[in-house]
Structure formats: C-alpha cells, structure tokens
Design a binder for this molecule. Structure first.
Ligand code: HEM
Length: 411
C-alpha cells in the first residue's frame, strides 16, 4: 500500500478511547480542529470527520456536491483489496447505499413504501411474541446477558419475519446476520447463508407473493431487478438489526444505571420512551457513518475540501455540538432534532425509523414487564463497549432478577 498524503495533525479514527471515552474524544477534536477535523483511517487513509451540527446538515442536504458515489474517491489507488473498511465503503456494491440521483429516489421510495405497508399491530405482535419467547429461555435462571441473549436476537428475528421469511429459517438466519456483523471467522459463511436465503426468498415470492416486504419490493412499479431487491434487503437486514439492537442495549444500560430512570423501572412506560430518546442524543448507536465524497473542490467549516475527498458523518459529535446544546441539557422529552438517523435524501427512511422504534421499545417493555426487579449484575464501571468508532454498543449487559416461570407461548 502506498502512503497517502495525510494532513499534519490528523486524528486516528481508532483506538481504545473510542471505546472508553468517545464523547471526550470528539470534544478534544472540536477544540483542536473546529467543526471539520482531518482524520486517518486504518492503513493511513485520510478522511474528514464532520463534527459540527450545522456542517453535517449542510453536507447531508447537498447530495450532488457531497455525493454517496464512492467512485469519486481520490484514494482508490491506495486501497488494497483486503482493506478492512472496504465493506463499509461499499465500492461497486449495487445497493441503495451507493445509488445516487433519480434512481436513488425511486429506490428509497420502494423501501419506504414496502416497510410502511407493514401492519403496525402485526409488527408489535411479532415483537412481543419473539421477545416473550426469548425471555422464556432465561427467566427461570435468575441471570442473563441482555446483549447476547436478547438484544442481539430480537431485531433480526422480527425483521426477517416482516420481510417474508418463514419460521423454519429464522434461527439460522439470525445466527448468520450476527456472524456477518461480527466480522470474525464466521463472517463469510454468514454472508453466504444470508445471500442464499435472500435469493430463495425472492424465488418463493415470485411464485407466491404474500403480504410481506419482499413481495412488495418485487412488485414495485420502479421495476427493480432481483439483484437490486436482494442487495437492498440485505442492507435492510444488516443496517436494521445492529443499530436497533444497540439502541435497546444502550437504553437499558441507561435505565439500569441512572437514578432518574431506576425509580420508575418497574412501572413507568413514559421513561422507556425518554430513555430511548436520550440515548439517541447522548449515546447514539450510529456514532460515525461513511460517507460522502466531494464532487468538486469546496470549503466546509473553514477547511479546503478537494474533489474526491472522503467525508465521514460525525453523528455523535454533531449531536453534542455546543452550538446546538447551549444549555448543556439532556434534551429529553421528545425533541427529535438529533442526527442519529442521518438527514437529507440518504437518511434512514422514516418507516425504517418507526419500525426500529417499535421493535426496540417493545423489546424493552416486555423485558421490564417480565422481570420487574431486573438489576445490573456487575458494577457499572465494568461495562465495556465494542472497540468500534462506527457503531456504539455494549459487549455485555449482565443482569440478575428473581427467577420466574416461562410462559411457554401461554401469553
Ligand atoms: C428497522 C430498522 C432499520 C432499517 C430497516 C434501516 C434501513 C436503512 C436504510 C435502507 C438506509 C439507507 C438509506 C439510503 O441510503 O437512502 C438507512 C440509513 C441510515 N440508517 Fe437506518 N435502518 C434501521 C434502523 C436504524 C437505526 C436504529 C439507526 C440509528 C439509531 C439507523 C441509522 C441510520 C443512518 C444514520 C442512516 C443514514 C446513513 C447516511 O446518511 O449515509 N437506522 N437505514
């Protein structure tokens, strides 16, 4: 790999501080570099991290100047085939993430419409049934790890169901998605299982369309190919599962560790919504998102940005920008001006946001209903986050509670 021209003083976008003290890292970067900081990715690859709320609005509002088209990147000659961040940049990947212009608008509408048509009562019912089923597996033991045994299983299972998968494949599919996201030894096998299952699903839905997301995407008037639909369903599975799981995990951590929530843990419905809202401001799953590519030379936040530069969306930093957080408050109580779902044309589609919210909230409510005295089983300072500057979530959330009998589908 040739050395790339990295501006002096660039901050590595990796290292243990993102795991332990991410908010302080962003404050330090803002103090040293202002609203747009030069950063360096794995392998010495340069990029800009947008830390300013206003600047992030500006970039996400202008998809022509700040494009999603990774072909524009000036660094391709420096990027080896096995660069670990390649899957995130998604080069030559024919999914919605890297489609631009009118085709993107049509594709985003296809996804939004297919999700919006999901019956909200059915969605809530699936989430409740699957949540109860998961709680049944550990409720008589008095202990569990909420991350591994609950949060990492629920969203994928609900999503697979509404997309159109049959019950028989839900177990292996959830395992494959987690293996894929984990990026470890099982990642390739997980990706193959998911890809194979997706094409079989589409073949089944061509033969016998149903009331599900996959059938609606195939029938969309935009006339998308099976490959396009399969790619987008995979994005909707991976991009949907992990942040929703982290949203649940981060919200439960807040509720179990912060007195403002602990007092009402067993009863207060209101506080579940408040905790989830506060997490999107203070502890968002989507910390940094790649990315946008400048289509011509420009200026942003006092920086000279060159055509072909990569810009990363510093969502967590922008949410904490002192220019919008003048009173330093937690901004709870339903203020939704956070950027955690992105902004502009490429933001998370609204029906996807609603789907995520229903799954996460139902998951939290069922857990608290079933295990009303649930409490942290380790000191708070022993909780650790995954070592990723991209998605923020806990490695474990060990809890204990009074053992209760399983419902066994009797609910
Ligand atoms: C049911 C769950 C979800 C689904 C199906 C889903 C789906 C998607 C899709 C298809 C996109 C691509 C949009 C495009 O490129 O035009 C997207 C973007 C995005 N999603 Fe979601 N998502 C889900 C949950 C979440 C959650 C829980 C978060 C964060 C809390 C999140 C944050 C984002 C962000 C920040 C983007 C924008 C990336 C950008 O602007 O480049 N999503 N999502």
């Amino acid at each position: 790999m040739t050395t790339c021209p990295v501006p002096h003083g660039s901050v590595p976008l990796s290292g243990p501080r993102f795991q332990t003290d991410a908010a302080q890292v962003y404050r330090d970067m803002r103090r040293d570099h202002g609203a747009v900081a030069p950063v360096v990715l794995d392998g010495g690859v340069p990029a800009w991290l947008i830390l300013g709320y206003r600047e992030l609005h500006q970039v996400t509002n202008d998809p022509v100047l700040y494009s999603r088209d990774s072909d524009l990147w000036s660094q391709w000659e420096n990027i080896p085939d096995d660069w670990p961040l390649l899957p995130m940049i998604g080069h030559k990947q024919p999914s919605i993430l890297y489609t631009v212009g009118e085709r993107h608008t049509a594709r985003a509408a296809m996804i939004g419409n297919a999700l919006e048509a999901v019956d909200p009562f059915a969605l809530k019912r699936y989430a409740e049934e699957f949540a109860d089923d998961l709680v049944d597996r550990f409720c008589s033991t008095g202990r569990t790890d909420i991350i591994a045994e609950y949060a990492m299983l629920l969203p994928a299972r609900v999503l697979a169901r509404i997309y159109g998968f049959g019950d028989e494949i839900l177990g292996p599919l959830v395992g494959a998605i987690n293996d894929l996201i984990d990026g470890g030894e099982g990642a390739i096998a997980g990706q193959q299982l998911l890809g194979g299952a997706m094409y079989r699903l589409l073949a089944d839905k061509h033969a016998e369309p149903g009331d599900d997301v996959a059938s609606r995407m195939l029938q969309d008037p935009g006339g998308f190919s099976d490959e396009e639909v399969a790619q987008d369903l995979m994005v909707m599975m991976a991009a949907g599962h992990q942040p929703t799981a982290d949203w649940m995990g981060n919200s439960l951590r807040l509720m179990l560790t912060d007195d403002r929530f602990a007092a009402s843990l067993s009863g207060g419905r209101h506080s579940v919504a408040e905790a989830m809202n506060e997490v999107l401001w203070e502890d968002t799953p989507t910390q940094n998102v790649a990315g946008r590519w400048a289509s011509r030379d420009t200026h942003l936040g006092g920086r000279h940005i060159r055509a072909g530069d990569l810009l990363l969306l510093g969502i967590a930093a922008a949410n904490g920008d002192p220019q919008v957080r003048t009173d330093g408050s937690a901004l709870t109580g339903g203020n939704n001006a956070f950027l955690s779902f992105g902004h502009g044309e490429h933001r998370c589609p609204f029906p996807a946001q609603e789907t995520a919210e229903v799954i996460a909230r139902t998951g939290i409510e069922v857990l608290l209903d079933r295990l009303p005295d649930v409490d942290l089983a380790v000191p708070e300072d022993r909780l650790t986050h995954r070592p990723s500057p991209w998605l923020r979530g806990l490695t474990e959330l060990p809890v204990h509670f009074t053992p209760t009998p399983a419902l066994g589908g009797q609910q």
